[in-house]
Structure formats: structure tokens, C-alpha cells
Design a protein around this ligand. Structure first.
Ligand code: GLU
Length: 257
């Protein structure tokens, strides 16, 4: 009996001991897989879109992902991109479908309840786009107009804060939202200045309002891990990208300010 009990105790010690040793942190797990799964937009120029020349994901966020892959795995091509939308990206992080989301995603207190964010790597601001000859010049001119927004983005809440009765029309993706705007389904489309400027690269006859109604700090979204190893790693990478001039170069490359 004594033997039996000591055997059980030994196996328990071994089991729990081994269990602890095998508990890998998120960075170790990424290194073991040798690939980072990154949620990215495929319709949000110039941050995440499919390049017409290469047929592959391109943009500011894609370049940030490549820098991270090079840093953690030694090669920038060790990424598997998964397209996400503003409405499904938090779920993609929480379910473990992706290791991280780099997709024009602003840090907000509500989102911080659900996921962790790295240090911000870019600060955008929300504004609106109208036709060149439109009579809309300020956000208060939108009161009686129809404004197109993308669901799951910060846009809707920001507009409602200043115009509680705003008439908003929501779409799931930026592709759908811009198509709706082009076909006259709204008098304006509101989003981050970055995303609207991406639309202006390919379209003429539109103008952006001068005013910004919010600050949108873009950061990398990850699962809330207790050990924070992945968050600390990403924070360090973002700080380095700012210090070594990478962010500045990316702003020039993608014609942002
Ligand atoms: N940056 C804003 C957000 O995170 C709008 C852009 C987007 O939908 O990704 O919601």
C-alpha cells in the first residue's frame, strides 16, 4: 500500500512538473510552428490590400507584419495571412485562428477588455469623404445626410457621440462600403483619414473634410496571455521600428502625410 501511495505521489510530481515545463509561451509556440498567422485587411488601401501587380497582400500593415516575422523568425516570408474584417478580427484573435491582427485596428478601452494591444505604431484620425461639389463641409452638415460606415469599426460610435441622430448605413467590408458610396447610396463615407486617402489614390472628384473627430491609435491585437511575453516582444519591436526609422520610411512609401 505504502509503495502504491508513493508511486502515485511520484507520478503526480512528474506529471505536474512535466506539465509546467511544456507550457510554452506564445512566442515559443510561434517559433515552434515557424510561421506567424496574421489577420490582415485585403480591401483597405494603403494598409492592407491585394497588390494588382503581385496578387499578394501589400500595404503598411503587411510591411509591419514582415518586420515582425523577420524579427521573431529570421525571415519576413514566414507569415500566413488571413483576411479579416473590422467586425470579425477580435473573434479571430480570441478563437486562436490568428496569432495577431495588424489591420488598421485602433486601441479602445472596450477592445482592451477582450484583447491585448502592442504599443501603437501609427496615429490616424476619423473624418469623412464627400463629393467635390457636395454642400457638406463639416460634421454637423452630416446631420440630415446619409453616412456610410463599416460595421465593427470605431467609426459609428465616434459619429454618434457628436451626432446622436446621424443616419448611418453600415456595410461589412470597406470594399462594399466604397462601392455603395460610389453608387450614391450615401452622401458621405466616414472612416479613418488613412483609409479615405487610400480611396482618393484611385478616385477623382471627391474631397475629405478637414476636421478629425477622433484619434485612432493603430496597434497589433493579440490574445490576453497571462505571461505577456508576446505583448512585451511586440512592444519592443514597435518601439524599435519607431527608433530605427522604419515607421517613417513606411509613411513615405505609402504616401501618408
Ligand atoms: N481604426 C478604426 C477601427 O479600428 C477604423 C478602421 C477599421 O475599421 O479598421 O475601428
Amino acid at each position: 500500500m505504502k509503495k502504491f501511495i508513493s508511486l502515485i505521489i511520484i507520478s503526480l510530481i512528474l506529471l505536474t512538473g512535466c506539465g509546467k515545463k511544456e507550457e510554452k509561451n506564445a512566442v515559443e509556440k510561434i517559433k515552434e510552428k515557424d510561421v506567424i498567422v496574421v489577420g490582415i485587411k485585403n480591401d483597405t488601401k494603403p494598409f492592407g490590400f491585394i497588390s494588382k501587380t503581385t496578387g499578394k497582400p501589400a500595404g503598411f500593415d503587411v510591411d509591419v507584419a514582415k518586420y515582425i516575422a523577420k524579427d521573431i523568425l529570421g525571415e519576413e516570408r514566414k507569415i500566413r495571412f488571413v483576411p479579416v474584417t473590422s467586425g470579425n478580427r477580435i473573434e479571430a484573435i480570441m478563437s486562436g485562428e490568428v496569432d495577431m491582427v495588424i489591420a488598421t485596428m485602433s486601441v479602445t478601452p472596450q477592445r482592451q477588455y477582450l484583447i491585448d494591444f502592442s504599443e501603437p505604431y501609427y496615429i490616424a484620425g476619423q473624418t469623412a469623404l464627400v463629393k467635390e461639389d457636395s454642400d457638406i463641409h463639416t460634421f454637423s452638415d452630416l446631420k440630415r445626410k446619409k453616412t456610410i460606415v463599416v460595421q465593427g469599426s470605431t467609426t459609428e460610435e465616434n459619429i454618434r457621440r457628436i451626432i446622436p441622430t446621424a443616419k448611418l448605413v453600415g456595410y461589412k467590408t470597406y470594399k462594399e462600403a466604397f462601392e455603395a458610396f460610389l453608387s450614391g447610396k450615401g452622401d458621405a463615407i466616414s472612416s479613418d483619414d488613412t483609409i479615405l486617402s487610400g480611396f482618393l489614390i484611385d478616385h477623382q472628384g471627391y474631397r475629405m473634410l478637414k476636421h478629425r473627430i477622433s484619434q485612432e491609435p493603430y496597434a497589433i491585437g493579440i490574445k490576453k496571455y497571462d505571461d505577456k511575453v508576446l505583448k512585451n516582444t511586440l512592444d519592443q519591436i514597435v518601439v524599435r521600428m519607431k527608433k530605427d526609422g522604419t515607421i517613417k520610411k513606411l509613411k513615405q512609401k505609402w504616401q501618408l502625410q
